[in-house]
Design a protein around this ligand. Structure first.
Ligand code: FE2
Length: 199
């Protein structure tokens, strides 16, 4: 039987530039992804009893499954990044050293993250780590299930769907929101992801 999920709880305090109301509404959207993922799994299990008769419905649900899963899992990275308050990169730490080694500076690395975040369309700016090459990589996942680098673990996940900024900054406010997110980021969460990605 497929394991079902419960929405995780996040301890997010007051943020600079991202309102509590926006975070609350966003957490509600996250809970919807968890609910829908569970619901689709259950429905597909039933439809598989006659997979030939239900082939069309199963195909469409299959596509929805990774969309809902991506929405669930990516938001878990995202909200964890906002727990604990703004926390800088550890000076001399492994992630900072990797950024400097690969891109010359942390600032240049941040430019990649922001650049991808400013791409048009709903999606996510994601920094991955490829342990095979030792490279950090930047990706734009359209919606949340398309455009990932196969097998690469996620170091940083920045949600840039319109729902992240429209309440606080309006439809043209993505840039201000991206800056606010990065200013509130707990880099220790990224460092933890980086440590795990190297195992
Ligand atoms: Fe979101």
């Amino acid at each position: 039987m497929t394991k079902t999920f419960e929405p995780l709880k996040f301890n997010i305090g007051g943020l600079n530039g991202i309102s509590t109301k926006s975070i609350e509404e966003h957490l509600g959207l996250y809970a919807g992804y968890v609910k829908n993922f569970n619901g689709i799994c259950e429905l597909m299990g039933k439809l598989m009893a006659d997979s030939e008769q239900n082939a069309i419905a199963l195909s469409e649900l299959q596509r929805r499954l990774s969309f809902e899963f991506g929405g669930m899992r990516l938001h878990e990275y995202y909200f964890k990044h906002l727990e604990g308050g703004p926390t800088p990169l550890t000076s001399g730490g492994a992630l900072e050293q990797k950024m400097i080694e690969q891109f010359g500076s942390v600032d240049t690395t941040m430019k990649f993250i922001k650049n991808v975040g400013m791409m048009r369309g709903p999606g996510w700016s994601i920094m991955y780590y490829d342990a095979v090459s030792g490279n950090l990589m930047f990706g734009f996942s359209e919606e949340q299930h398309i455009g990932h680098f196969a097998s690469l673990p996620i170091i940083l996940a920045l949600d840039v769907w319109e729902h992240t900024y429209i309440l606080d900054y309006g439809a043209a406010g993505k840039g201000k929101y991206v800056d606010a997110f990065l200013a509130n980021l707990n880099w220790q969460t990224c460092e933890k992801n980086f440590t795990e990605a190297q195992k």
